[in-house]
Design a protein. Structure first.
Length: 219
């Protein structure tokens, strides 16, 4: 399957390092980040899991839950956590799914159906497509999909930036320009007419083009 923005994120049950979960119930009324890994004890992923653990307070502030996934079993994840703490300074402080039968990886289109039903004997290269970041809203719909190669570590500051944008634009009828960050000016959404915009922004806006209407970030 191809996972698209706006799709309902497939629900599933799985064992994690913090017990068994049903995904949609686990999300509840929060946002969620599901980020996946091709195998335990791999170098780039080791740095990523540690980086995400350090950033967890920032995700908490935004009402975003973190859920990792690796195709190896949960007991392997627990051993890997010791290495992550030793090398990165922080062990994972969020659940990590064990997917030894590759069910979740296949459900989310990260592995083909013909990949078999066991992680045993598979190398990181075999699972190299299990490198996604998926952001899911409280409505359980997919808001963002990022896919990374194995050799490039993920930039989780960028994930936070995008979440800030999505949460802002879900609340206000605006869009964010290239390289936007918190506090920067925003763009009035194209769905807002000039007459509506005058009511929302009585002080007016900058408009280098009629379709490009710039205002300070709403609070």
């Amino acid at each position: 399957m191809t996972l698209r923005i706006g799709d309902v994120a497939p629900d599933f049950e799985a064992d994690t390092t913090e017990g068994r979960i049903r995904f949609h119930d686990w999300i509840g009324n929060s946002w969620a980040v599901l980020f996946s890994h091709p195998k335990d004890f791999t170098p780039v992923c080791t740095t990523e899991l540690g980086a995400m653990a350090k950033l967890k307070p920032e995700f908490d502030k935004r009402n975003v839950k973190i859920l990792g996934l690796s195709v190896d079993p949960v007991d392997s994840h627990s051993k890997w956590a010791n290495d992550i703490k030793e090398t990165q300074g922080t062990a994972p402080n969020y659940p990590l799914i064990g997917d030894p039968e590759l069910k979740v990886a296949k459900l989310y289109g990260m592995l083909p159906a013909e990949a078999g039903n066991s992680s045993q004997g598979r190398t990181a290269a075999d699972n190299q497509t299990v490198r996604n970041v998926i952001v899911i809203g409280p409505d359980k719909k997919v808001k963002l999909v990022l896919v990374y190669p194995m050799t490039t570590g993920r930039n989780f500051d960028e994930v936070l930036r995008v979440i800030d944008s999505m949460q802002l634009t879900a609340k206000h009828r605006v869009a964010t320009p290239a390289n936007w960050k918190q506090g920067d000016d925003v763009i009035i959404a194209g769905s807002v007419t000039d007459d509506e915009a005058k009511k929302i922004y009585p002080k007016g806006w900058k408009a280098p083009k009629p379709y490009l209407r710039i205002v300070p970030q709403p609070r």
